[in-house]
Design a protein around this ligand. Sequence first.
Ligand SMILES: Cc1cc2nc3c(=O)[nH]c(=O)nc-3n(C[C@H](O)[C@H](O)[C@H](O)COP(=O)(O)OP(=O)(O)OC[C@H]3O[C@@H](n4cnc5c(N)ncnc54)[C@H](O)[C@@H]3O)c2cc1C
Length: 387
Amino acid sequence: MMSARSDVLIVGASAAGLATAESLRRRGFTGTVRLVGEEPHPPYDRPPLSKQVLLGTWDAGRTVLRPPADLACQGIEVLPGRRAVAVDTGRREVTLADGTRLGYGDLVLATGLTPRRLPAFEGVAGVHTLRTLDDVRRLRAALAAARRLAVIGAGVLGCEIAATGRALGLEVTVIDPAPVPMADRLGAGTGLRLAALHREHGVRLLTGTKAEAPVTAGGRVTAVVTSQGPVPADAVVIAVGSLPATDWLRGSGLPLDDGIVCDARCRAADHVYAAGDVARWWHPGQGRTVRLENRSNAAEQALAVADNILGADRAYTPVPYFWTDQHGVRVQIFGDPAAGDHLRVTEGDPDSGPFTAVAEAGGRPVGVIGWNSPRGARRARHLLTDA
Ligand SMILES: Cc1cc2nc3c(=O)[nH]c(=O)nc-3n(C[C@H](O)[C@H](O)[C@H](O)COP(=O)(O)OP(=O)(O)OC[C@H]3O[C@@H](n4cnc5c(N)ncnc54)[C@H](O)[C@@H]3O)c2cc1C
């Protein structure tokens, strides 16, 4: 099969892959840059999928990050609908599913995540996951015909889908074995505030509850069996986390351990880098490897990778940041508030409205939370870098 060479070959044509390509161009890189993506769409943004797109206030076109014509103008070649199946780091070559071989000078791996599945629910009609544009199209059509939605998993994604489901007028039940929603990202205190918000908006929140199996009729889901009894549902979303999309790298010799393991410069091997949700890198500030699943990391890590491809030798040491929108509340999180056991409110009142809080561990700030409080959160953010 045909073989072609790129100076920089990027696998994964989404937030991190696109940002790497564009950063290279912005920094004046004139070599060939090629983006290979499994999905048939131009690079698009995922955060609106569980919010505006699922709700129907945005059509899919608004999520496009860069139209193909803009990419062509920048001299970035995109190969959509092409899956990479193997990499040979010795020959510096990636093989695609159709047998095409693509050589590279430098390779960037930005393949993101795939949703974790629950075997008992596999193949049952009415059961969904949400990661891609095609997923949201299917889910939106299903919700238009549904009355009762069960969401399995009270993490960020599950909570957002529950909020959107309520805005669509559905009866929504969220099922999770953990006692508090999103506690692993927010800490227990803010997680409890979030639980109250969901209940105020009519979400039935079954925490401390395990989803066991679907009940079906004619192959379609009609309920979810849980440790607290059956939950009737004509649509089910499984939102129980995701796994790094590294299956295709098994046997490549690249270090894999819940992500592609990289050094502080986001380098997994000679001439091989990783960026975005799939990358686990050594964070010198934290003295451990870190993998982040959020939109700003995808963009920022891509910049570090582009710089390092161009010879900057730059360690990547971000302050983690993500946001989530639920029931009209924007929660912004800097750092790792879940690591702190003490919350110090710096502005506002958590019981009644917007607030900013600093999570502290051993007297040191480890995270900042803004609850409908963008300015307060930005004001407090410096505590993390000054700590
Ligand atoms: C529904 C949803 C809502 C979100 N909301 C928020 C939010 O509110 N705030 C926030 O901070 N973050 C949010 N995120 C997370 C954010 O979208 C991700 O962190 C970001 O998309 C990561 O970008 P990425 O480029 O690393 O990976 P991805 O966006 O996952 O892109 C990886 C791409 O690689 C492709 N690929 C995988 N394997 C191969 C292969 N072998 N060959 C070729 N291509 C391949 C995939 O098809 C995919 O297109 C949300 C995510 C989702 C799914």
